[in-house]
Design a protein around this ligand. Structure first.
Ligand code: SAM
Length: 327
């Protein structure tokens, strides 16, 4: 996990689209709620003047270390530990806002999900391709590991999570297979989890049919559950919009349909568009933002060819209206 000796490269997705549609004015104030390895931050800062101030937040200590190694000498950047769900109540965040951005923010970036740092370091337990402990926590100092989380489930709750967060149709037999491996003492590592899933869905058949690896959806589901990835997303977007200056912009990059649905509904609701009652759209709201490109930005064919993991990315942007007041 030593980011200094073995630098892991994370290619920032939709970078030209972010740079073009999340402009930072001279002396602007930027909040990056998912700093990661600082790829977007580096590119944004490279185009900014010396009066700009950039606050980068991440829940993962290894990501913060890597970003510090990369950008730590840039006096415009401050790095804070925290999550986009809770940072709004953090005293260091409040102090930064008070000192550096009393008039609000010009740009907010959220680049959701995991980074290459998580997927490429087998010791973090995110990958079904390599042996690692069943951990999957983005913040390794907080909350139960994936194995501890699985130990707390029964057939129904595990199947529900795999179905809801992985959109996996075979959720019930997969949940049974995982819990059966666990109760027989055979579930310790990422490869054990993958092997339990493969007793239900064959990776060879999936490969022949050119389908994704059958462990993909279940790993995604358990990762989302362990990190509580979707629960506070809509309210984090709303909190961010509250802190934007008039004409300031928030950009959110999602990587799968569940995330994108929440981002889309949250931004549409803040734009005064009511999609009906739902998980993230409890009631209508006045119009606080307008949407820049209502369909969102997708990666170009060239980006997908150069960086295949970018293929499912979508960037959605909202701009704070000049005369909108949020109570
Ligand atoms: C896709 S990566 C960001 C990559 C970054 N934009 C770059 O170019 O290097 C997502 C980052 O968000 C962090 N993260 C995920 N959920 C978070 C949350 N709720 N609060 C804060 N950080 C979070 C992860 O630890 C990860 O480092």
């Amino acid at each position: 996990m030593n980011a200094v000796k073995n630098p892991i490269i994370h290619v920032p997705v939709l970078l030209p689209e972010v740079l073009e549609n999340l402009p930072v004015p001279p002396g602007g104030r930027v909040l990056d709620l998912t700093l990661g390895l600082g790829g977007h931050a580096e590119a944004i800062l490279a185009r900014c003047d010396q009066q700009v101030r950039y606050l980068g937040v991440d829940r993962d200590p290894y990501a913060r270390d890597a970003a510090k190694q990369r950008l730590g000498r840039d006096a415009r950047l401050t790095i804070l530990a925290g999550t986009y769900e809770w940072i709004w109540e953090d005293t260091a965040f409040e102090a930064w806002m008070h000192l550096q951005a009393p008039g609000g923010l010009d740009a907010i970036l959220m680049d959701l999900g995991v980074s290459t740092l998580h997927l490429k370091d087998s010791k973090r337990g995110f990958s079904f391709m390599e042996e690692g402990p069943l951990d999957m926590r983005m913040d390794p100092e907080s909350g139960p590991t994936a194995l501890q989380w699985i130990a707390d489930q029964d057939d129904r709750t595990l199947a529900d999570a795999i179905y809801e967060f992985g959109e996996e149709r075979a959720s019930r037999p997969i949940a049974k297979a995982i819990l059966s491996a666990f109760h027989q003492g055979h579930l310790h590592t990422t490869l054990d989890l993958a092997a339990a899933i493969y007793t239900v869905l064959s990776p060879e058949i999936a490969k022949r049919r050119k389908q994704i690896n059958p462990a993909t959806r279940t790993f995604q589901a358990i990762r989302i559950a362990v990190n509580g990835e979707l629960a506070g997303l809509a309210s984090a977007i709303e909190q961010g919009v509250r802190r934007l200056k008039p004409e300031g912009r928030i950009g959110v990059i999602s990587f799968h349909s569940l995330e994108d649905r929440i981002v889309k509904q949250a931004l549409r609701r803040l734009a005064g568009i009511y999609d009906g009652p739902g998980r993230t759209s409890p009631e209508p709201m006045p119009k606080f933002i307008h949407l820049i490109n209502a369909r969102g930005f997708k990666p170009s064919d060239a980006e997908i060819a150069a960086n295949p993991p970018s293929r499912s990315a979508r960037l959605r942007i909202g701009e704070r209206l000049p005369d909108s007041r949020m109570s």
